[in-house]
Write a new protein. Sequence first.
Length: 206
Amino acid sequence: MRLSTFRFFLVAMFIESICIKDGKAPLLSFHQDRMDRTYQYYFKNDNPYQLGTYVEEVPTNGTYKLRIIYDRMVRKYNYALYIKPDTASLQVVSTPAIEYYFKHADRTSLDTLYGQRNYKDDIIIVNDGLVSDAYYANLVFWDGEEWYTPQHSLLQGVRRQYLLNTRQIKAKKITAEDIFFYERVSLVNAMLDLEDLTVGIENVFQ
C-alpha cells in the first residue's frame, strides 16, 4: 500500500481490540505486529509494550474483548465479556475516497458512513467504487465454492490477515456491482471468525 507522506503532529490515539478465549489470545502475534508497525510509522521508535502482559490479566474462562488505547504510551485498557452482535441486514454506502490504514481511535469518517445505514444493522462501504469493509469488520464473500475478501480493504484486520495466511480466503477486487453475484457475506474481525456472523445477499440493500 502507498501511505501518505503526511504524518499527524498532534497526538494520534490508537486501539487494539483482542479476543481472549479461556485465557488464550490466538491472534496475539498479529495484534503485536500491527501495534509495532504503528509505533514505527507514527512515533519512529520501537514499541515498548508487549500485549501478552495485558492478556495475562483477563479471566481464564469465557470469551473476553480486551481493549487497549494508546499513543506513545498505553493510556487505558479494559476487558469485558464478549456478546456477538445481532447483525441481519447491511446497507451499501458509497464514499469518494477515505483512508484508514491504522486502527485509529478517531473514526469520524466511518461514523459518518455508518449514519447512512437507513435502519439496517451495519454497512458495506464502497470506497471510490470498490468494496472495502463494514463498520467494525472486514468482509468476506461466499460465491458458492470459495470465500473472497475485498482486495482494497480500508483496514487489513488481524482476522482477515490470518485467514489469508492460512489460505482459507482469497483477496480479490470487488466492485459494488459484484456484490449481488455472491450468495452471502461474512463479517470478520478479532472477535469474529469466518462464518461466525454471516448475512445472506438478499439482506444487502443498495
